[in-house]
Ligand binder design. Structure first.
Ligand code: HEM
Length: 503
């Protein structure tokens, strides 16, 4: 009789047992030698101390004490899965990237979903932005599209990213989170956060699951086609967005902290493979020059009316990781992992990201993180050698360039696709924080959200505003009143009727 308290994920070990009924494998040390005993350490007499020569024990203990690696500084808790990307529409007039070269072409992918602020063991169903990163294993190398479930981000200059993240993390003295004062203080000092705040506190701040969640590249990238023509682009992946009500989310956070991981794992294991439609928005450099909003500002969207979604393909997740640590904890996405035909844009946040991910991977996973199978390109040939945990060091091939011994040479196609970008301007630090922070937020609030969505948004904002200081509440009321006077009034009213005492 089936046990109603168990789901597909609970059967994992039973499935293994069934699949390995005639397993004749013997326990070995990490160097493969069979061991004589696994239930007792080597002692001198029954109560005697353990001998240093119990190297089997030392082998295991020494590995155990090194089991954890640094967790991701952001996006620590997440779920991963594998599948494929398929081209359904021709976009070769915009890009020569091989991943898009033919309709019907399939490319293997890995995807990782995450929440931003919580640590590895944090409950899944808490209000946060969700990460939605895709690794494409293309013929031309790895392309990582490290996106989120919102089209915009809170801040737009990478100089502010670490501070903003700190406000979402634990208070350095109390070690508790969320610290509403840290959050509202910075948010209201930087009104560029307004647009993303409206999304964060909307229904989308609590997705029902990872399977039905939109994704966005967020930052602006660029395409180059085979004629060398250059376009700016944004990436979108769409599903049927499903959200969760805050009461259910709170309950699940206590009862089933891994709710989103379980949901994704079970769906894939049961053959209910989630899929998304993949789109791009395209802006020519001329349009970018004349755009009324900064196309490289990640707190802004490109309006669909001006830059419609162009269908490109679909992707499907049909395989769970064989081992979580090896394939999900050790996966590393990097916005600098681009391929010929796809380029960065001057988006200031993206520019910072181009440095930060490789840097953290060298710290978190080691200098040879690209040799870890889940991160490996189909092929790589360069002059980098050796380093800790080298798995292969390109054998006998020359380790310097140029050389006269037929070492790897330059790919002419990649050279032709490398754009020539005219740059001009004075080196200066220009704060772009007050660059029209309200027009798009107003559009979202008044024209996109329905009245019931607006009511829930206000409730959710009040939940986070009530515990903060009066000074920050006042600043928030003032900031959101610039989106819509009525929104400001409703927040003020809600806060005045608060039962919470001012902290
Ligand atoms: C300058 C700004 C940013 C910096 C310095 C930064 C830095 C980082 C770092 C250090 C990680 C951990 C990576 C790892 O350990 O593997 C990370 C993960 C991530 N970031 Fe950012 N980030 C920035 C902005 C953004 C933005 C704007 C987005 C929105 C698309 C974003 C999306 C993600 C995602 C989805 C992950 C998780 C990747 C995974 O699943 O492994 N980040 N970020």
């Amino acid at each position: 009789m089936s046990n109603p308290n168990r789901d597909t994920s609970a059967e994992q070990l039973s499935d293994y047992g069934r699949d390995h009924e005639n397993n004749n494998e013997k326990i070995t040390t990490s160097w493969g030698a069979p061991i004589p005993d696994k239930d007792a350490s080597l002692t001198v007499g029954h109560h005697g101390p353990i001998l240093l020569q119990d190297y089997n024990l030392i082998d295991e203990l020494a590995h155990f004490t090194r089991e954890r690696i640094p967790e991701r500084v952001v996006h620590a808790k997440g779920a991963g899965a594998f599948g494929y990307f398929e081209v359904t529409h021709d976009i070769t007039k915009y890009t020569a990237a091989k991943v898009f070269s033919d309709v019907g072409k399939k490319t293997p992918i890995a995807v990782r979903f995450s929440q931003v602020a919580g640590e590895l063991g944090y409950p899944d169903t808490i209000r946060d932005i969700r990460g939605f990163a895709i690794k494409f294993y293309t013929e031309d190398g790895i392309w990582d599209l490290t996106g989120n479930n919102t089209p915009v981000f809170f801040v737009k200059d990478c100089a502010l990213f670490p501070s903003f993240i700190h406000t979402m993390k634990r208070n350095p003295k109390t070690h508790m989170r969320p610290d509403y004062d840290m959050f509202w203080d910075m948010v209201t000092l930087r009104p560029e956060t307004t647009h993303t705040c409206l999304m964060f506190f909307s229904d989308r701040g609590l997705p029902a699951n990872f399977r039905r969640m939109h994704g966005f590249g967020v930052n602006t990238y660029a395409f180059v086609n085979s004629k060398g023509e250059f376009y700016y682009c944004k990436f979108h992946y769409r599903s049927e967005q499903e959200n969760m009500d805050p009461a259910t989310a709170r309950k699940l956070a206590g009862e089933d902290p891994d709710y989103h991981l379980r949901d994704l794992y079970n769906a894939i294991e049961e053959g209910r493979h989630p899929s998304w439609r993949f789109y791009v928005q395209i802006m020519t450099p001329k349009q970018a020059e004349k755009s009324p909003y900064d196309p490289f500002d990640d707190t802004k969207v490109w309006l669909h009316a001006d830059y419609p979604l162009i269908p490109v393909g679909r992707f499907v997740l049909n395989k769970n990781p064989g081992n979580y640590f090896a394939e999900v904890e050790q996966i590393g996405f990097d916005p600098a992992h681009l391929v010929p035909g796809i380029e960065p844009s001057p988006d200031r946040m993206l520019q910072g990201r181009l440095f930060a991910y490789g840097d953290t991977h060298r710290y978190r996973l080691g200098v040879n993180h690209l040799q870890i199978p889940v991160n490996s390109p189909l092929k790589a040939a360069n002059f980098a050698r050796d380093g800790r945990s080298t798995l292969h060091s390109q054998g006998e091939a020359p380790n310097y360039h140029p050389n006269s011994f037929n070492g790897p040479g330059i790919d002419k196609r990649a050279k032709a696709l490398s754009p020539v970008i005219p740059l001009h301007g004075e080196a200066a630090r220009t704060d772009n924080g007050n660059d029209d922070n309200f027009t798009q937020a107003r559009l979202l609030y008044n024209d996109v959200m329905k009245s019931d969505e607006r009511a829930r948004l206000i409730d959710n904002m009040l939940d986070w505003l009530k515990p903060t200081k009066q000074e920050f509440r006042n600043r928030a009321i003032e900031m959101f009143a610039q989106v819509d006077a009525e929104l400001g009034k409703k927040l003020k009213l809600g806060l005045n009727s608060s039962r919470h005492i001012d902290l």
